[in-house]
Design a binder for this molecule. Structure first.
Ligand SMILES: [Zn+2]
Length: 198
């Protein structure tokens, strides 16, 4: 038992290193991973997947975090993390998509609202990577069409959650053809927010 807990903490150490790198790569992303206990499986698994995926280098898959030998007390824990990564993403994807659909600005400053929404989009992308065209350097235009489609979705999600006092600018944005990107819409809304403050 003693040796298991010390091995577990050493696995946690290496996970922390992975997460630490991630944090310095993307200062906007704050990851707090509580140890797995009997009741926090879904949030734990979500945080773990996002952290591993966002780092774009999955330690368990690349071998960066070495698979312990079967006799090692660490093996059980390693396998748990490893299988967590490979299991179905369905429940997580459902949770995140649901969160996005219910997410509104409320009393949040625009910047906070947009940053949180972007984080949710990143999580979705993590669990369900973008479709890419297989024609090679994409001369068929499919890749651009897919990216545009995705961008339009984000714009609509952003506008749907935006507070009522942005009604005017929201209507303006929706009339622009082609539709602006979510980031463009965000900066347009920021200008409205700034004017209101003056
Ligand atoms: Zn193509």
């Amino acid at each position: 038992m003693e040796s298991e807990s010390s091995s577990e903490s050493s696995l946690e150490k290496s996970m922390e290193n992975v997460l630490h790198l991630q944090n310095s790569d993307n200062p906007g992303l704050i990851l707090v991973i509580a140890p797995l206990n009997g009741t926090n499986y879904l949030p734990w698994s979500r945080a773990m997947k996002i952290a591993l995926c966002a780092k774009d280098k999955i330690g368990f898959v690349t071998g960066e975090i070495k698979k312990p030998s079967k006799n090692s007390p660490m093996f059980k824990k390693w396998r748990r993390v490893d299988s967590t990564f490979w299991e179905s993403n369905g429940p997580l994807l459902y949770n995140i998509k649901r969160e996005i659909s219910l997410f509104t600005q409320g009393n949040m400053p625009l910047m906070v609202y947009f940053t949180k929404l972007k984080k949710l989009w990143d999580e979705v992308q993590c669990l369900r990577p973008f479709l890419v065209c297989t024609c090679g350097n994409c001369t068929c235009g499919a890749s651009k069409a897919i990216a545009d489609f995705d961008e339009d979705e984000k714009l609509i999600q952003f506008l749907m959650g935006l507070g009522d006092h942005y009604d005017h600018v929201r209507n303006q944005m929706l009339l622009i053809d082609p539709l602006p990107s979510a980031s463009k819409a965000y900066s347009m809304a920021l200008r409205v927010e700034k004017k209101k403050d003056v």
